[in-house]
Design a protein around this ligand. Structure first.
Ligand code: PD2
Ligand code: ZN
Length: 285
């Protein structure tokens, strides 16, 4: 278990001092996407140091604070290149809020082809995780075909996953398996959030596998002839799907205030292929 951050400790102490119950805090943290085991550990740690501060009463506590340990490249000093372990990755563009980073030289052409070749025969109409039930379902907002590799399923996947872990400073075992998507002309992925909505009944089931998603890396494997940008409507950003490049973004709480609404614009001509790596707050099994 990671030590709790000063911000979270401060928040818990303040809430308890204001008379909110431990149960109300637990509920708020749960709604903000904190895993139950992490919540219990944090509350227990603070309670040990602040015995007696727990007033019994109080309804709902304020929304839990944002996470402080987040995946992402180290951009202090505005580097043009980053260490991807086995290659030098370019920093092409950055946005502060939301944190968005566009990378160049992330994958070479052979790697893009290798992923496409290994995925092609296993494609099926894309399903999305259903927060209503915790299962999976066809989704009219997502008209691509897709598949998932197991984490480390083959040498190519393992190499790319190790690169991502180095680049984004996030443990490899906190990542979901790589997802491959193929968009034919007309296919799109309507704007959505990648985190799981805490208000949906199926979310607690989903969160048992590694907690919330906290970051996304979309890597472009094949360029369409036109269309197919990854869009961020809240900030007016469109990332062109150039082969070998990728866009990373992170979200420190499962809330629209993160401004991470994003979508895949319709492909107008040709085929667009991407690989997506979603990062969880904990170990994804
Ligand atoms: O393919 C994309 O551009 C895209 C857009 C939005 C992919 C995803 N979301 C995703 O895989 O979550
Ligand atoms: Zn997405």
């Amino acid at each position: 278990m990671q030590p709790i951050s000063p911000e979270l400790r401060e928040w818990i102490v303040t809430q308890l001092a204001a008379g909110h119950s431990v149960a109300a805090l637990r509920q708020s943290m749960h709604a903000a996407g904190w895993r139950d085991d992490a919540t219990d550990a944090a509350l227990a740690e603070v309670e040990r140091g602040a015995a007696g501060a727990t007033a019994a009463g109080a309804a709902t506590a304020a929304a839990a604070p944002a996470r402080t340990d987040m995946p992402g490249p180290r951009l202090e000093g505005s580097p043009l290149y980053l260490d991807g372990g086995d290659r030098r990755v370019q920093v092409l563009q950055t946005v502060q809020h939301p944190r968005v980073v566009v990378f160049g030289n992330l994958l070479d052409a052979a790697e893009c082809e290798g992923l496409i070749d290994a995925a092609r025969a296993r494609l099926a109409r894309s399903r999305t995780v259903e927060t209503k039930t915790g299962g999976e379902a066809l989704n009219a907002d997502r008209t691509s075909d897709g598949m998932f590799f197991e984490r480390g399923e083959n040498a190519l996947v393992a190499r790319i996953e190790a690169r991502i872990a180095t680049l984004l400073n996030w443990p490899l075992d906190h990542g979901e398996g790589l997802q491959i998507l193929r968009y034919s002309p007309g296919a799109q992925y309507k704007p959505h959030y990648d985190y799981f909505d805490p208000r949906e009944p199926g979310t607690p089931t989903i969160l048992r596998r590694g907690g919330q998603r906290v970051g996304t890396l979309v890597m472009y494997l094949q360029e369409p002839e036109a269309g197919g940008a990854t869009t961020f409507p809240d900030i007016g950003l469109e990332v062109a799907p150039v082969r070998g490049t990728g866009v990373f973004f992170s979200y420190d709480r499962p809330d629209p205030a993160t401004r991470t609404l994003h979508g895949g614009a319709p492909v107008l001509a040709g085929e667009k292929w991407v690989a997506t790596k979603w990062l969880r707050e904990g170990v994804f099994r």
